[in-house]
Design a protein around this ligand. Structure first.
Ligand code: NAD
Length: 483
């Protein structure tokens, strides 16, 4: 395989410029620990240059006609499609996701967000009569787009494409583990000939580069996806500048299996969701709530289904589960597994030891616990690794109570006869609830209740987050008297 590309400059004001910050971030493949590339660590001066460029570019970009803006995005999309293989390889190597998922979920599906942003902007009604006022939707301003490592293209494009389509300008900072794709996006924006300063990319750590970006007085909107703790800090910093913040944070999502559900399918869905992308998805159903009287049946099915989730090399087309993103994440997950055992949960499968034959890299055994108490650590904390907790419940009331007894509220699922499942879904405090299976779409709003954040991304509602509302109060009676 050819040597991976490194980037030593930032993309600011339509040019590749040397960073003022001196540090470097080394990126390693979590499957092999091999060095992949380095990118610069930006400092406050780099942040300042990028925000200044975005600030200066904003008025013209906001006034550029919608069709012209969407033409730039259309070219950006075409460029993206032409580099799918390269982007897939970056996703595989940096995130440690097996090739087939890196291609489909992480790369191809992410590109479709650009198309969605174009379509939503094109059909949007920017002006509207409203009870005697004329409501005008205008672009919000300079957007700081800060994303996590677990699905870098998807989570970044949800911010970037929507913001650009709305007429905002953007400074993007990717996560330090997975910065490569952001630099390719900058190359694509350059090739699409976006006006200077409309899209800027800098890399760096969270507490230095990220914090400087959030605190910058010229940033109008911070769009952040990441952990609850960092999200809370960001909200506090942004509040000092009275900035709008969108927070897409963690989850500990329940999947309730009712006693009249297609039982085997429901358990399968729960296991698949917890193990998908090595358990590193914010919307993973990591609490599998099953009726107490069918617990042993659920355990049996779970153990059979889990056989399909074997660990392997990320380069192997057949691999379903790869490593987690880093050695430190591996240790954190293994510590949670030890904690689960210590707190008395029944270990059905997996465990805290490093899997045999996978000593190199950050592999974790796909693990299933049963008879987990909803108050235990593994049922309350977001583990972000391939760990499922089966939690027995006595009746529907208790299932709803357990589902809601969490600091998070990102997603949930209910399996059972439709009417009953919908009734229960309406009582769950979460931003998206699946009934009898995954019906994920790029158009449905995505976002959390409670500690999972606020604001929504994706589709028309996600697009609207990048618009301000102005009401024009037109006194036609007086205007007539002047004429
Ligand atoms: P993280 O919070 O550690 O980091 C996210 C980003 O924030 C990174 O780019 C990081 O450099 C930056 N950052 C860190 N500290 C900062 C600070 N003080 N100021 C500004 N920026 C800062 O999250 P992570 O570990 O990269 O990602 C995993 C988390 O993301 C999980 O909790 C997961 O649930 C969540 N997530 C949520 C969604 C969603 O849609 N709700 C989607 C994916 C991931």
């Amino acid at each position: 395989m050819s040597e991976a590309k490194s980037w030593d400059k930032f993309y600011i004001n339509g040019e590749w410029v040397f960073p003022r910050g001196e540090g470097q971030i080394e990126v390693r493949d979590p499957a092999t620990e091999a060095y992949i590339r380095s990118v610069p660590r930006g400092n406050a001066e780099d942040v300042d240059s990028a925000v200044l460029a975005a600030t200066q570019a904003f008025p013209r970009w906001a006034e550029t006609s919608l069709e012209q803006r969407l033409n730039f995005l259309e070219r950006f999309y075409q460029g993206y499609r032409s580099r799918l293989d390269e982007l897939t390889e970056i996703m595989r190597a940096e995130v440690g996701i097996p090739t087939r998922f890196a291609r489909t979920f992480l790369t191809e599906m992410s590109g479709e967000i650009i198309k969605s942003a174009i379509a939503n902007a094109r059909s949007y009604q920017f002006e509207q009569d409203f009870k005697g006022s004329l409501l005008i939707r205008e672009p919000y301003g300079v957007v700081a787009a800060i994303s996590p490592w677990n699905n870098p293209l998807f989570l970044s494009l949800n911010k970037i494409a929507m913001a650009l389509a709305a007429g905002c300008t953007v400074v993007h900072k990717p996560a330090s583990y997975t910065p490569g794709a952001a630099f390719v996006l900058a190359e694509l924006a350059h090739e699409a000939e976006f006006p200077k300063g409309v899209f800027n990319v800098i890399s760096g750590g969270g507490s230095d580069t990220g914090n400087a970006l959030v605190a910058h007085p010229q940033v109008d909107l911070v769009d952040f996806t990441g952990s609850l703790d960092v999200g809370a800090k960001i909200a506090a910093t942004a509040a000092e500048g009275v900035k709008k913040v969108i927070l897409e944070l963690g989850g500990k999502s329940p999947l309730i299996v009712l006693d009249d559900a297609a039982f085997e399918d429901a358990i399968k869905a729960g296991i698949a969701s917890a193990f998908l992308l090595s358990g590193q998805t914010c919307g993973a159903f990591t609490r599998l709530l099953v009726p107490q009287k069918r617990l042993s049946e659920a355990e049996e099915i779970a153990c059979v289904v889990a056989k399909d989730f074997a660990l392997g090399s990320t380069e192997d087309e057949l691999t379903v589960v790869g490593p987690v993103v880093s050695k430190s994440q591996q240790q954190k997950i293994q510590e949670f597994i030890r904690k689960g055992i210590g707190e008395g949960a029944k270990l059905l499968l997996g465990g805290a030891e490093t899997p045999e034959g996978f000593e190199r890299g950050a592999y974790v055994k796909p693990t299933i616990f049963s008879n987990v108490g909803n108050q235990s650590t593994i049922a309350q904390e977001e583990i972000f690794g391939p760990v499922q907790s089966i939690i027995p419940y006595d009746d529907d009331e208790q299932a709803v109570m357990f589902a809601n007894d969490t600091k998070y509220g990102l997603r949930a699922a209910v399996w059972g006869s439709e009417e009953r499942a919908i009734r229960i879904a309406k009582r769950i405090r979460a931003g998206q609830v699946d009934i009898n299976g995954d019906k994920f779409t790029l158009e449905a709003p995505w976002g959390g209740y409670k500690g999972s954040g606020y604001g929504r991304c994706m589709g028309l509602i996600g697009f609207e987050e990048f618009l301000q509302i102005k009401s024009l109060q037109i006194r036609a009676d007086l205007a007539a008297s002047y004429s």
